[in-house]
Write a protein that binds this ligand. Structure first.
Ligand code: NAP
Length: 560
């Protein structure tokens, strides 16, 4: 039985379901679908006013996906696949949000969700074997299982510059963009941040604003997306062969397909041959792999990495007419390409040839404060009518730690992660039974196609819930040793590469005081997926399964 939004209960009468879900982005929606298929009752809470997660919040100008749209789609329903057509290779945010809404309508998913409601705490009672969620709207809901579908990049970070309240103009964060239209026509706009978000927003805002000042701390490497309309034939072709594509995705590093893996070393080609090869890839564009997967070893070998990075730096010098601006846009030579999350762009470097765009190096002349008129750096004051923060997120851990998660015997997520995030497979944290995380730290998640990750993690968790019910068990917990071994393995894998070298949200260095740990698993999706299958086949090796609690029966699983 499910309850509708109107039936949501109050503190005095907790709502009891089989599974609680936090978040109604692409993960939360799929989880609800799966639970319903099993005849399990669920209650989801979502801070936004509707479904969509990332694509609900990030409405900034230029926001679009940078995985091919056809691959950034759910795979669980053939009917859904056949009914939906993408209009572009890399679709823009409004279309992605329409897709989320279409899915929610088609499977009637909103029925089990309460929107405009933020979960504030999650408490597990070891006696009753129940999680209890409380929300900022006064809801109380309980269930034996709780799944955190809170997103990896969902807690926006805004640097605490002094004087923000003095600024007389408007300011925005890209991750909480207003729903109403924002016009920059005739305005002097400043944007702070040149990560994937800034790189998408800057060319679009430059077209609209009277003047755009870009405040850049670290220059990024970006490569052309070469976005284009999708033809219906292309979509049809993909749909017809979807099963093969999905199979292929499961045998890749990042759960994406269609981009050939490198076969050669840089030493197999002369500098001229390399240049020709890079030029071809630059022309084709597409996902970052187009440039990164040119030669073997780009992620591990600095010499190879530098050859690729130097090509991008040469491209910047070729595209950007003012040599001084071009140099400012060239990423530092000690920052390997790919070690920050590689963006793709449409006319990013070209934008700096416009008369109405200027670039300020805030590593050299840091922002000191906001003033009534704009932004004051170490050597100038910039008068602005609007300021955009494209300053990123407290990634992977921020949204989980924002919820007070604890158990009746005194374990808490805050304490478990006081020395950096520990998780077994990115799915469970030792000491927190029956609590699952989708794309938690330690899963390949953000280094792969998020939709495939979401479906993989959810399916694995569903199988585990089925297994528990079938064996008259009701509690699962990650084993401390298994978790420590996984964390150590993930650390070794990352440290054998160039990935942790750069300061980035991957290592948490964008958040003052956050422990520096390379959070995603960089061993590749194929390896991870196979290990998850093996662990399940081995009776969930590394997880403690039990029948616990005195007052609760396990949820009954209806036949699928
Ligand atoms: P980000 O990659 O963390 O970039 C934040 C930017 O703000 C960086 O340029 C950073 O400079 C700057 N910054 C942060 N704190 C600052 C401070 N205190 N003072 C000055 N500058 C500061 O964040 P993002 O661009 O929002 O992207 C986050 C992630 O979201 C991406 O990596 C990607 O995974 C995802 N994303 C995906 C898409 C897509 O699929 N199409 C689009 C956008 C974002 P430093 O580099 O010096 O730290």
């Amino acid at each position: 039985m499910s309850q509708t939004q109107d039936e949501s209960t109050t503190r005095s009468q907790p709502q009891r379901v089989d599974v609680l879900v936090v978040g109604m982005g692409f993960a939360g929606m799929y989880i609800l679908y799966c639970l319903r298929q099993r005849g399990l009752t669920a209650r989801a809470f979502e801070a936004g006013s509707d479904v969509g997660g990332t694509w609900y919040w990030n409405r900034y100008p230029g926001a679009r996906v940078d995985v091919d749209s056809v691959q950034y789609s759910y795979n669980f329903s053939d009917e859904l696949t056949q009914e939906w057509e993408w209009s572009e290779k890399f679709c823009a945010q409004p279309e992605l949000l329409r897709y989320a809404s279409f899915v929610a309508d088609k499977f009637d998913l909103r029925r089990d969700a309460k929107f405009n409601t933020r979960v504030t705490s999650a408490a597990f009672d070891k006696e009753t074997n129940l999680w209890t969620l409380e929300t900022d709207q006064g809801d109380v809901a309980t269930a034996p299982y709780c799944i955190m579908a809170t997103g990896s990049l969902s807690t926006p970070y805004k640097p605490p510059y002094p004087g923000i309240d003095d600024f007389a103009g408007d300011w925005y964060h890209t991750g909480t963009w207003p729903h109403e239209e924002v016009s920059f026509a005739g305005k002097r706009v400043g944007i702070i941040g040149t990560g994937s978000t800034g790189i998408q927003a800057i060319p679009v805002v430059a077209e609209e604003g009277n003047h755009l000042t870009v405040f850049q701390r670290t220059a990024q490497y970006t490569t052309p997306a070469r976005n284009r309309p999708m033809s219906p034939d292309e979509q049809r072709e993909f749909n017809e062969h979807r099963d093969e594509w999905i199979r292929e995705m499961y045998h890749t590093f990042n759960a994406m397909t269609g981009y050939p893996l490198p076969t050669k070393s840089i030493h197999d080609d002369s500098p001229e041959e390399r240049r020709d090869f890079f030029e071809k890839r630059w022309e084709i564009g597409g996902m970052p792999q187009a440039m990164l997967a040119t030669y073997k070893g780009v992620n591990v070998d600095m010499e190879t990495n530098t050859v690729v990075a130097d090509f991008v730096r040469d491209k910047i010098r070729e595209i950007v007419k003012d040599p001084e601006v071009a140099e400012r846009l060239c990423p530092p030579t000690d920052m390997p390409i790919g070690s920050k999350r590689p963006p793709i762009d449409t006319d990013y470097y070209e934008t700096f040839n416009r008369d109405n765009v200027s670039l300020v190096d805030i590593k050299k002349t840091p922002i000191e404060r906001f003033t009534e008129k704009g932004i004051k750096t170490a050597d100038a004051e910039y008068e602005l009518d609007a300021i955009i923060f494209a300053t990123g997120f407290d990634a992977m851990t921020g949204s989980l730690l924002a919820i007070d998660i604890q158990t009746s015997d005194g374990s808490s997520l805050k304490q478990a992660w006081s020395d950096g995030p520990n998780s077994f497979l990115g799915l469970m944290v030792a000491g927190l039974p029956n609590l699952f995380t989708i794309n938690g730290p330690g899963s390949p998640s953000v280094k792969a196609n998020m939709i495939v990750m979401i479906e993989h993690h959810t399916d694995w968790i569903m199988d585990l819930i089925d297994y528990l019910a079938a064996n008259d068990l009701n509690r699962v917990e990650a084993d401390e040793d298994a978790q420590s071994n996984w964390v150590e393995h993930a650390r070794e894998v990352a440290e054998a590469t160039l990935m942790p070298v750069a300061d980035s949200w991957y290592v948490g260095s964008n958040i003052p005081g956050k422990k520096r740990v390379y959070m995603p698993y960089f061993g590749g999706f194929e390896k991870y997926w196979k290990l998850c299958v093996e662990i399940a086949a081995d009776g969930y090796r590394g997880f403690k399964l039990s029948r616990s609690g005195t007052k609760e029966a396990p949820p009954s699983v209806a036949a699928e």
